[in-house]
Design a protein around this ligand. Structure first.
Ligand SMILES: [Fe+2]
Ligand SMILES: [Fe+2]
Length: 307
């Protein structure tokens, strides 16, 4: 059973990380539909606005209770998130509430923060609303996937990308449900399962980068291909139990730090108009934050913490 302090802290950290990830998935989808599918554009935009409202609420009660590990990890925002949002709003015409980012930038960790029963209640209700919202996001993504598979819709996103963002949404939902029913924490993923999940995600990011680069960007294309192979091997190693878990953790950390730096340089290259691609900077900053999140998890595994 989690203490009140851990329940509040873990809930807020989870919602801040995954809430932003969910709203950006909807931006990616909204930007990729054809004009004839304006009903889907509207549905994505409405869901995005609802998540932004929830995220703002989370931010408003997050000054103090968060751990410095999460605040310093670069998984919530990075130094280039705000710039990425502004350029992506300019590129796509989709409204992005940058006030959330500006306020998140001011959050600090307070050792003496008071975790009151009232705050616990507030967080409980917030998690319940997050569950309802993420479930709606999952339904929306599943509907689009089915439409892609039966060729009743054309969208400027890979099938694998929508399947990928669906898996991320399902993980968020599962983690919210675990927080809301602490007695059932037997369903929590093991370290190996988490590493297989996130190494698969990192490998797919490499494939997406490869597929979004202009064909003239040969060097970057080759580097992303190499990262896709590295993560593929790591997933195989973990699935076939070829190495010990500490070995896989160490190798995963090294590969993830490498791809994280590659993503940061790539995003900065897009921001500075030095890389030719069909990606806008928010896509880059998004996958950069996911790498930062995974790096924090891997560091906690190395220290012997399972979450
Ligand atoms: Fe994502
Ligand atoms: Fe991802």
């Amino acid at each position: 059973m989690l203490s009140r302090k851990d329940y509040i802290r873990m809930s807020l950290e989870l919602n801040l990380f995954f809430g932003r990830i969910m709203k950006e998935h909807l931006i990616f989808m909204e930007a990729a539909f054809m004009m004839k599918n304006s009903d889907n554009i509207l549905e994505a935009d409405t869901l995005k606005e609802e998540i932004e409202k929830l995220l703002m609420e989370v931010v408003s009660i997050s000054n103090g209770p968060l751990s410095s590990e999460v605040l310093d990890s670069g998984e919530l925002i990075t130094p280039i998130t705000l710039k990425s949002e502004k350029i992506s709003e300019f590129d796509t015409g989709i409204c992005i509430d940058t006030n959330i980012t500006k306020l998140e930038n001011l959050l600090v960790s307070d050792q003496n923060f008071c975790f009151t029963p009232k705050l616990e209640q507030e967080v409980y209700s917030l998690n319940e609303r997050a569950i309802t919202l993420v479930s709606a996001v999952i339904d929306f993504k599943e509907k689009i996937i089915n439409n892609i598979l039966n060729c009743s819709i054309f969208i400027n996103l890979y099938y694998l990308l929508i399947d990928h963002i669906l898996r991320e949404a399902k993980l968020y939902l599962k983690m919210l449900m675990n927080l809301q029913s602490p007695c059932k924490d037997k369903t929590r993923d093991t370290i190996l399962e988490q590493e297989i999940f996130w190494n698969t995600i990192m490998g797919e990011h490499a494939l997406f980068i490869r597929g979004l680069l202009d064909p003239t960007e040969v060097e970057l294309f080759n580097t992303s291909n190499e990262y896709a192979n590295i993560f593929n091997e790591l997933v195989e190693e973990a699935t076939e139990n070829d190495s010990s878990i500490p070995e896989i953790t160490e190798e995963s950390l090294e590969a993830t730090i490498g791809i994280r730096d590659f993503k940061r340089e790539g995003t900065e290259g897009i921001i500075n108009c030095q890389i030719k691609s069909i990606a806008y900077p928010l896509l880059g900053d998004h996958i950069l934050r996911e790498a930062n999140h995974y790096i924090r998890l891997l560091n906690s595994f190395m220290k012997g913490n399972s979450c």
